[in-house]
Ligand binder design. Sequence first.
Ligand SMILES: Nc1nc2c(ncn2[C@@H]2O[C@H](COP(=O)(O)OP(=O)(O)OP(=O)(O)O)[C@@H](O)[C@H]2O)c(=O)[nH]1
Ligand SMILES: [Mg+2]
Length: 353
Amino acid sequence: MSTTAGVPSLPEVVARVLAREPRAVGRALRLVDDGGPASHALLKALWPHTGKAWVLGVTGNPGAGKSTLCDRLIAAYRARGVRVGVVAVDPSSPYTGGAILGDRIRMSRHATDDGVFIRSLATRGHLGGLTRSARDVVRVLDACGYEVVIVETVGVGQDELEITHTAHSTLVVMAPGMGDEVQAIKAGILECADVFAVNKADREGADTTVRDLELMISLGNESIRALSKARGHATHGMADGFVQPPTPASPDTLPERWTPPITRCVASRGDGVDDVVAALDRHRAWIDGTEAGRARRRARLGEQVRESLREALIEAAVGDLGQQLDEAVRAVDERAVDPYTAIERLVAAFRAR
Ligand SMILES: Nc1nc2c(ncn2[C@@H]2O[C@H](COP(=O)(O)OP(=O)(O)OP(=O)(O)O)[C@@H](O)[C@H]2O)c(=O)[nH]1
Ligand SMILES: [Mg+2]
């Protein structure tokens, strides 16, 4: 690896990133965000230094208080002396400066803390590649020695759901008084929730939201399995038994099966945040300390590998088949061939190369 015209070599870049030099980290993140061969070379070189971070997904409806709660979580982990990386996949997030002034002021206390690194990913311009980008950004932060990496996403859309597959634990933030919040959220998010936080508990309706969630968890077992199966997802709802009633367990014994606990908090005041942190600690212990937890971790890794493989295969096939692909589309359009035969031929042509 040679150094030409002031361009640092790969080992130099890696050394600077591992030393958490802010400019080097920023440049590395831009590189992996863009993707491509240079990014792969960097990610391969960083890989041996990854695997230490605990990745926490924070998701939920817009305005539920995700960023406010993240801010509290950062403070809680910093109080333990843990370095925290944050990836905010959310254009309206206070991290990006897009939202309320109060949030920006609150965030600034972390901006001056070199134990915290906050990166926002714009959802625009990422057609399909957002999941990959978020996953790779998480890996860079992991390699840099951020022991906790928080990924905040709005819980709508397939991309956002996929991003939660990157996480070891997923916190779903709900808020009362936003209409049909439980209904709106159940379809996709419920199946990936490890811990629920009913935020804005200072508002009317928090009890109802908690009750709705409890009911949904107790009734949801079968429907969640059916839903997951229909979508071909190996969610933990299937793998570990998303069951009710919750297994009572003393603080030092870990349950065989994980049932998402429902916590309440007022993130804006910091009330109840300790409970959220404790529930997350417990889930982390479960993931690391039980066979079911480890199986769940492997299942998510499997999903990530499949997602990456799908992307790589599509890219390779589109690149290799080029004109043949256009011809197949034309033939199907002219009804000269049925789409199934057309696909079979394309797959055969790709395999033969
Ligand atoms: N009353 C009340 N307001 C809160 C609480 N937590 C957050 N808020 C307010 O709710 C609004 C939205 O909070 P955010 O943290 O930006 O919510 P978010 O889920 O990150 O929002 P998006 O990223 O835009 O989806 C802000 O005005 C917060 O000050 C709470 O516990 N109680
Ligand atoms: Mg936000």
